[in-house]
Design a protein around this ligand. Sequence first.
Ligand SMILES: Cc1cc2nc3c(=O)[nH]c(=O)nc-3n(C[C@H](O)[C@H](O)[C@H](O)COP(=O)(O)OP(=O)(O)OC[C@H]3O[C@@H](n4cnc5c(N)ncnc54)[C@H](O)[C@@H]3O)c2cc1C
Length: 633
Amino acid sequence: MQFYLNGYRPGDPDIHLTDLPDTMDVLIVGTGPAGMLLAAQLAAFPGVATRIVERREGPLQVGQADGVACRTVETFEAFGLSEKLVREAYWVNETVFWRPSPEDRSVIVRTGRVQDTEDGLSEFPHLIVNQARLLSYLEEYMAKSPSRLAPDYGWEFVTLTVETEGEYPVLATLENVRTRARKTVRAKYAVGCDGARSRVRDAIGAVPRGDFANHAWGVVDMLAVTNFPDIRLKAAIQSAEEGNILLIPREGGYMVRLYVDLGEIDPANREAIRAITQEQVIETARRVLHPYTLEVRDVAWFAVYQVGQRVTDRFDDVPADRTGDRLPRVFIAGDACHTHSAKAGQGMNVSLQDGYNLGWKLAAVLNGHAAPDLLRTYTIERHAVAQVLIDFDKEWSKIMASPPRDPEHPERGGVDPEELQTYFTKSGRYTAGVGTHYPPATYLTAPATHQALASGFPIGMRFHSAPVVRLADAKPMQLGHVHRADGAWRIYAFADAAGTRFRELMLYLGENDGSPVRRFTPEGTDIDGVIDVRGIFQQGHRDLKVETLPPLLLPRKGRFGLIDYEKAFSPDLRGGADIFDCRGLDRVAGAMVVVRPDQFVAHVLPLDGYEALGEFFGRFMMAQPRQPLQIDK
Ligand SMILES: Cc1cc2nc3c(=O)[nH]c(=O)nc-3n(C[C@H](O)[C@H](O)[C@H](O)COP(=O)(O)OP(=O)(O)OC[C@H]3O[C@@H](n4cnc5c(N)ncnc54)[C@H](O)[C@@H]3O)c2cc1C
């Protein structure tokens, strides 16, 4: 075996740097959470030529973020990856708070213990798993996907320009990190998922705005022996004089991560940051934990993580004064758009959601299902989310970094333990990632005119799953888990008491030429390939017969015209949580809940709201040549 012909490079010599094609549909820069989720989503579409380049010579092995919010696990479920994640991760069930003892402020005492995630918020727990592992799941997924996508490691993005015309208007210059040879590739779209110091962001002239005074934390993943009793619980620990720690137990039962607050650091003085050693950070941790001991046996990862709270002014290449006449061609996602503290565990999670938001939109446009105007909604939706994130993080970091109030010296300020705990509980929905709400600022979020028909599925928020029983095989399951990351929209039709309007809707959707299912599904695509209709009845599954289901709920699919039996559901009456009750569904009138490919509720309509349904999809979807009937009448 011969290697290092063109000079020595560290890393696995078996990793061959692939060459890149001259043209592609989508060029993604960076294999962090934003880039990998986006690539995984696009990998589902073999007709979309995607490449993801990364300047590292191989996958991330260790370190960086580790907090996996409930919403991220829900997202991973759509990729069929939640079970792996749930099995391997540490589950954050409870959080404890430690403060200086009122009797002796030189020692810390436990002052509170709360449930981490409120009951019923999600069917999944809040998890901790290393970013590198999470990314490796996505990489495996991509490798097995219809387009067999694999990252192109060892390619550094240098710059790009966008031409005003042509099929592939984005010209990106990339450099092979081994040979330093440069190559220019052309793409229809490019996405900069290249982190906080994004060069793609610079290339499109977008500017991060906000707080440039960087806050620093020493982060240590360690195997240690301690008599601190809550070492296997997430703990916010504040000492009187020595600073504070966020303790995060890690996957595997032994490892633990300590975030040690190092305060504000001048970002210009990089020497001061580099000079901070692992030993110093561990020593600070020991002092904070006093009177408990901490014997570190092994350090798996150490970093000084310093970041300011910033949001980039726009997330695409269209300046504010050109939004009326130009369509975006280049986007940025993840830390390239927003940076903030690690304390609320949001960095990886929000970045993943950026990728999820953009992925289905790019696929819909490139597959000819939606007009390119859809791509404008990415910046509108995700910029608002980023701003909320930064506002939240400012408040959260301030509270977490404040010294505990000394009852003997209230004039010195600080935060009461109860205040911290109350804020933590109040913020639970947000930190779980389920608080995101897209307002009706774009045509993708309809006004809440008919919200009362399904009050537990708020328009603009993620579809909140609930238990059901699948009719054909009596399988108890979560309704939300029928959602795949396949770019399809879903209409969940909840039956009315009489069942008549429900049946009429099924007939309309399946057979009427004006139905969005028929209008927007291209010939040769299965009837559920663009808009997937599911029916949920009010009766128990034994009170219904499969043979009486409307044909649309037994569609014929695939090469052999096989019947799909997985479209009809009943409430899970044995489990006691009737979906009609727990999601506030109108039993008399029923409801139609329209869900986007990224699991967000876009619309709630009456079962006979045909016109409004058609009008909603008609705003962005492209009519296709007539879809032949694929259902049995
Ligand atoms: C060193 C470090 C430590 C961190 N520690 C923590 C932590 O302890 N806790 C926490 O919650 N969050 C932490 N974060 C933040 C968290 O990892 C990010 O919020 C999250 O990873 C953002 O995802 P992303 O995909 O936007 O960017 P990143 O994960 O930063 O990924 C960007 C990718 O782009 C690649 N790249 C950059 N420039 C180029 C280029 N020119 N050409 C090609 N590829 C390029 C990078 O190598 C990287 O793989 C840390 C981040 C870093 C960088």
